[in-house]
Design a protein around this ligand. Structure first.
Ligand SMILES: *Cc1c(COP(=O)(O)O)cnc(C)c1O
Length: 410
């Protein structure tokens, strides 16, 4: 008899976006003439840029010829891409990485979910709240998160991020071994300054903790003095693993490619006190469970580091950030309290009169046929907020703002 991993049964059955889709479908059936505009799910809408398309075509042609055909690639990723990453994403910021500290992945979701395998099941976990659900759920699956009690996992420390603390989480007052940070943040769209991030790095150094730093939205940072990488902070190489993704940077949500940085200086300890390099363990893990990202995807990623590629992906990011600005300005004018949207493609908005997130979601849907994401879906501190994404079309974005303006003035 095979016994099931019962920790999986502790996960909530419903996936946030499936719940939303069901409610939107019910609305559509009862309102067939209304066109729904979704500012909900965090997926990009603009096509891949020409430099990427050209590189992919070329890679496909190479695969068609015996002399240039490629089979299994190196598990860590091809040198051409890891070298381009070191040279373009880190060197200009004064960060010197060895290409062997870079692991190409098939997107950041896999690695942010898998990375917790490197440490024992009985470490304590801390997360900012609200949060991208992958970090907690991957810990639930192996039994590290404990039980769900009153909307929170019993073995997880939550660092609330709300308007009251200006979305700057406070350091924990109890020991936490593993800390997940995501900046620019999904869902709140807020950022940490270098000084604020430095406090977390110093906490991790003092407490021998590890920070898992998700930088998936790094390319959206517009303001100076906002760190693009945690390694801009002194000492971070000893305590942090960083995740990058081309999904939001270059529209790769359907192509699948990103990378994870595991510095050689980063160690964790055995019960007998011996220090072990996590770079080596992650390499060992990847060689066993991962067979690499496709050659075509890696050539596509390499192309965004060419001068044309850089220019083209910036145009698309500017387009999305133009949407964010329109929404930020319009909603503020209508009297909403709006956060984020300046260094990230997400706006985090307070519901009027503290209406609960799901209730506001329904009111907005039935009042305007616009879909938002209820904040509470990202954690208890998200209650009373909703998220809008800037990844849509400009015209839809403007139309949604017109509808909401008409609705709130009624
Ligand atoms: C979209 C997103 C990612 C990237 O996921 P991929 O698997 O690379 O597509 C990672 N982290 C966060 C917080 C995200 O929102």
């Amino acid at each position: 008899m095979a016994l099931v991993n019962e920790y999986f049964l502790r996960l909530s059955n419903n996936y946030l976006f499936a719940d939303i889709a069901k409610k939107v479908k019910a609305f559509q059936i009862s309102h067939p003439k209304q066109r729904v505009i979704s500012l909900g799910i965090g997926d990009v809408t603009q096509p891949l840029c020409p430099a990427v398309i050209e590189a992919m075509h070329k890679a496909v042609d190479e695969m068609a010829v015996k002399a240039t055909f490629r089979g299994y690639g190196p598990e860590r990723g091809y040198d051409f891409l890891r070298e381009a990453i070191v040279k373009n994403d880190f060197l200009p910021r004064g960060i010197h990485l060895d290409p062997n500290e870079i692991f190409i992945n098939d997107g950041a979701k896999s690695d942010t979910g898998n990375i917790q395998e490197l440490v024992r099941w009985d470490n304590s976990v801390g997360v900012t709240d609200p949060i991208y659900p992958v970090y907690i759920d991957s810990n639930v699956m192996i039994g590290r998160a404990g039980k769900m009690e009153n909307g929170k996992w019993s073995n997880v420390t939550y660092f609330p991020c709300t308007a009251e603390n200006n979305f700057v989480p406070s350091l924990p007052d109890q020991r936490v071994d593993m800390i997940y940070l995501c900046y620019p943040n999904n869902p709140t769209g807020t950022v940490l300054s270098k000084d604020e991030l430095r406090k977390w790095v110093n906490y991790a150094i003092r407490n021998d903790a590890i920070i898992f730093y998700d930088a998936a939205y790094e390319a959206y940072i517009q303001e100076d003095d906002i760190p693009h990488s945690i390694y801009e902070i002194k000492g971070a190489r000893k305590v942090a693993i960083e995740f990058h993704s081309y999904s939001k940077t270059a529209g790769f949500t359907g192509v699948r490619c990103g990378y994870t940085v595991v510095p050689k200086e980063l160690t964790a300890v055995t019960l007998s006190g011996e220090r072990v390099e996590l770079n080596h363990l992650w390499d060992r893990r990847q060689c066993t469970k991962f067979n690499g990202t496709s050659y075509i995807s890696q050539r596509a990623a390499e192309a965004i580091y060419t001068p044309e590629g850089k220019k083209q992906i910036k145009e698309t990011i500017d387009y999305y950030m133009g949407n964010a600005k329109i929404m930020h300005d319009e909603l503020t004018r209508m009297g909403f309290k709006v956060y984020g949207g300046v260094n990230a493609p997400y706006l985090w908005v307070k519901t009027p009169n503290n209406v609960p997130s799901w209730k506001f979601f329904e009111q907005l849907l039935y009042g305007t046929a616009v879909v938002c994401t209820p904040g509470v879906g990202f954690g208890p501190s998200g209650e009373g907020y909703f998220r809008l994404t800037a990844f849509g079309d400009r015209d839809d974005c403007k139309e949604a703002m017109r509808r909401i303006a008409g609705w709130v003035s009624m």
